[in-house]
Write a protein that binds this ligand. Structure first.
Ligand code: GLN
Ligand code: ZN
Length: 769
């Protein structure tokens, strides 16, 4: 073993850094440009400043090799679309006329042209713009952005490594362009795409790149032998090029599995692998293929996705093992730091002791640097850092925040019976019918009503101390009155209070649950200029007092019709937060579920007969590898049942999910044992109803008949027609009538007309039964 020289060369690097800047300067500049307040040159200057600041920050922290090309005005997959010249036909003119304006048109659409579709980047909450390809697609290399950003970094005297989305991942993430057969496989374009990558690589080398990183995260998903073959071919062809930089093929988010031997054999000079728990199995698999003799291994040992301080001792042990498996081992975060906030040290509302448990991008960078130093010079060289880290980990492990004996005892005592309702679904339905007395095709909404200007002003005033809590609550009550009276007047059967008190469906609950932390500056890019501040599941979760009961009961006091209680489900509470890494997700979910269960039971005790528990994230949290899915679905569905199973048989439990494709989880949805589910369906013409029927889904369902994603008002006949389509799949006694999703992003005028039409449509179709 040549551990000494390998260790002596160890470098610190990362694959990408948050783009927005300390005060989200990028968001402000881009949105200013959209509004015409910032000109293109000023936007470019802000962007160049931010890149420079980031590189300096990385270099000053001790990062030996900085990434370039990871910066983006909107999305790095869209940047790749530009790099390979795959601009959709409908956008070509605009891009040719003004590349920057055309770029944003692809991202956001214009009055005349639709944008590219947006979807989630693997199992993160980052969204990318889906490439649209077809048999006619011709690629042309445009390496300008990559080359320019590399030159900027080199001009600062830094060692820089461009980062590209790899050709295989790019094609696997693409979809058939509009008008192209749905079964067209973009991967068949690989041979046409590789010469473009060859050109970009040659250009980067000419500009001074010694190494280029090519990201292939799609290879951590289950792949067919044909897809793995394609990956092998891609890196054989790129490997054989003579005029190219050294290639580092990177993967992250999960284990490489069958793709590992393919990449290990490829003629590239290095691999970057994820060695965090998310990718457990990579280390053994790497040993099993005999390591990477002659290659550089970049070891992602610091999670790039969670916000917890690293266990430096454990990481050094992993790195030590890896030293024997490659020619040279470098240290990195497991994926781009894009997925975490920038800097934990600016948080002021988090107790200093707890703040020490957290690591955002800057802190993670420091960890990577420490680990590289430890690898180079031995643990003695970093003994102070290791000691401080051990103290932080110990404080976290023993803190009353992470160990609340009452919460733990309760979770440990959960039995099967707790997660099972006292009667089966068919038995319950009779009791609910008698109790609620609803008509056939009952009408309802998903929960939120338009968040009005007055409400937003009141919330801002409360934050700024211009009004007190009582003043704010008066505003909330006024909104509830308005929402309830509108629904009564319109003739909706199951009412909601409209959720005016909620800023966000996860944050609102997180703020009231013990064990959750909120950050003040913890912004993470969701898509484009949209940034979110996910709360942190930091400790054991409990509910000190009811969270929603008084608003729901207030709404109920205004009407004789049933008002539906409205909660966010445990899986979604996890999915849109930073989760604990010190216990299985299922345990955290169970704690959240028990806290929500108390809320559900309190709602029922306060007279609420219908309670909706939203789980829009159930499907998006599905693990990347099929083998991991049954385990996930088991705890996820148990958590939902635990939340809802404590109610009487005649209390009706609803759930809501907003996605149209869920064919692969119908069984899991059934396992939730909810009484009624509402789903997005308007845009797919009730496809959802047919899928439910095809899978024999036995429960009541409300496939949406009103697309709330646009201000367009559906006509009565249009909604009626969708209902008739729904009736062809779901019998009348199990069909509900509702919009696709909540109305909080809509304005009142279109909401009013749309819901009036929806109720009239229900009446019309009822009369036809
Ligand atoms: N009840 C929530 C609302 O109406 C549901 C939101 C969602 O599904 N994302 O806003
Ligand atoms: Zn929804």
């Amino acid at each position: 073993m040549t551990t000494k020289p390998a260790a002596a060369a160890a470098r610190a690097t990362v694959y990408g850094y948050p783009r927005q800047g300390q005060d989200r300067e990028l968001k402000k500049a881009i949105e200013g440009y959209w509004k015409g307040r910032v000109d293109a040159d000023a936007l470019r200057a802000t962007a160049a400043d931010l890149r420079r600041t980031n590189w300096h920050q990385l270099a000053e922290a001790g990062i030996d090799e900085v990434p370039t090309g990871d910066f983006s005005y909107y999305d790095h997959v869209l940047d790749t679309t530009v790099m390979v010249g795959a601009i959709p036909e409908r956008h070509r003119e605009a891009v040719a006329a003004d590349p920057l304006a055309g770029y944003f048109a692809m991202a956001r659409g214009t009055q005349e042209v639709a944008p590219l579709e947006m979807t989630k980047w693997f199992d993160t909450n980052y969204h990318y713009l889906v490439p649209e390809l077809g048999p006619e697609t011709e690629f042309v290399a445009d390496s300008a952005k990559q080359v320019a950003e590399l030159r900027e970094a080199l001009a600062l005297g830094l060692t820089a490594r461009p980062v590209l989305v790899g050709p295989v991942t790019y094609l696997l993430l693409a979809k058939p362009a509009p008008g192209v057969a749905a079964d067209f496989e973009p991967l068949t374009l690989l041979d046409r795409l590789l010469p473009v990558y060859a050109q970009v690589l040659a250009d980067l080398r000419a500009a001074g790149a010694e190494w280029v990183q090519v990201d292939e995260p799609a290879l951590v998903q289950d792949r067919t032998p044909a897809e793995l073959n394609a990956a092998g071919r891609a890196y054989r062809d790129l490997g054989c090029l003579t005029d190219r930089p050294k290639l580092l093929v990177a993967s992250y988010f999960d284990r490489l599995g069958d793709a590992l031997p393919v990449l290990a054999k490829a003629r590239v000079e290095g691999l970057a692998l994820d060695f965090t728990d998310a990718a457990a199995g990579n280390l053994d698999a790497l040993a099993a293929v005999g390591g990477l003799p002659g290659k550089r291994l970049v070891a992602g040992v610091v999670s790039g996705r969670n916000i917890w301080v690293n266990d430096l001792g454990a990481s050094l042990a992993t790195l030590g093992t890896l030293l024997g498996l490659a020619d040279r081992v470098d240290v990195a975060a497991s994926c781009s730091l894009l997925h975490v906030p920038l800097d934990a040290s600016v948080e002021r509302d988090i107790e200093p002791q707890i703040l020490r448990w957290l690591a955002f991008a800057r802190q993670k960078t420091a960890e990577v640097v420490t680990l590289a130093r430890g690898l180079r010079h031995g643990t003695d060289a970093v003994s102070a850092e290791l000691a401080a880290n051990r103290a932080d980990l110990a404080s976290r492990a023993t803190s009353p925040i992470t160990r609340d004996p009452a919460v733990r005892a309760r979770a440990a005592a959960v039995t099967d019976a707790d997660a099972r309702r006292s009667q089966t679904y068919p038995e319950r339905t009779a009791a609910q019918r008698a109790h609620l007395g609803l008509p056939l095709l009952p009408t309802t909404t998903i929960g939120s009503f338009p968040q009005t200007g007055e409400l937003r002003t009141a919330r801002a005033a409360l934050r700024a101390g211009r009004i007190d809590t009582a003043g704010y609550e008066e505003r909330v009550k006024a909104e509830i009155q308005e929402v309830v009276s509108f629904q009564e007047k319109t003739g909706i059967d199951v009412l909601v209070h409209g959720e005016p008190e909620r800023n966000d469906m996860v944050q609102y609950f997180a703020e009231q649950l013990t064990g959750y932390l909120a950050t003040r500056h913890g912004w993470v890019q969701s898509y484009g200029t949209r940034y979110v501040r996910p709360p942190v599941l930091a400790g054991d979760i409990s509910r000190p007092e009811p969270m929603t009961v008084r608003w729901t009961t207030y709404a109920q006091s205004l009407t004789d019709r049933p008002v539906k209680g409205m909660l966010t489900g445990p899986v979604t509470m996890l999915a849109w937060s930073f989760v604990r890494d010190d216990q299985p997700l299922g345990e955290t979910a169970r704690q959240v579920a028990l806290a929500l269960r108390d809320e559900v039971n309190d709602l029922e005790a306060a007279g609420t007969s219908v309670i909706q528990v939203d789980e829009p994230a159930l499907r998006e949290t599905l693990p990347l590898r099929a083998a991991d899915r049954p385990g996930y679905l088991a705890w996820a569905t148990e958590a939902f049942r635990l939340t809802t199973a404590g109610v009487r048989p005649d209390t009706q439990i609803h759930t809501h999910m907003c996605y149209a494709e869920f064919g692969d989880i119908v069984q899991a949805i059934d396992d939730l044992d909810a009484d009624v589910i509402s789903l997005e369906a308007a845009r797919s013409h009730m496809q959802v109803a047919r899928e439910l029927a095809a899978h024999g889904y036995p429960r009541e369902a409300g496939p949406g008949v009103y697309d709330i994603h646009s201000p367009r008002v559906p006509s009565t006949e249009e909604a009626a027609q969708l209902l008739r389509t729904g009736l062809a799949a779901i019998p009348a006694k199990r069909l509900w009538v509702n919009p696709d999703c909540g109305l909080k992003t809509r304005g009142w005028p279109e909401t009013r007309s749309s819901l009036e039409n929806l109720v009239t449509a229900a009446r019309r179709v009822r009369a036809e039964l």
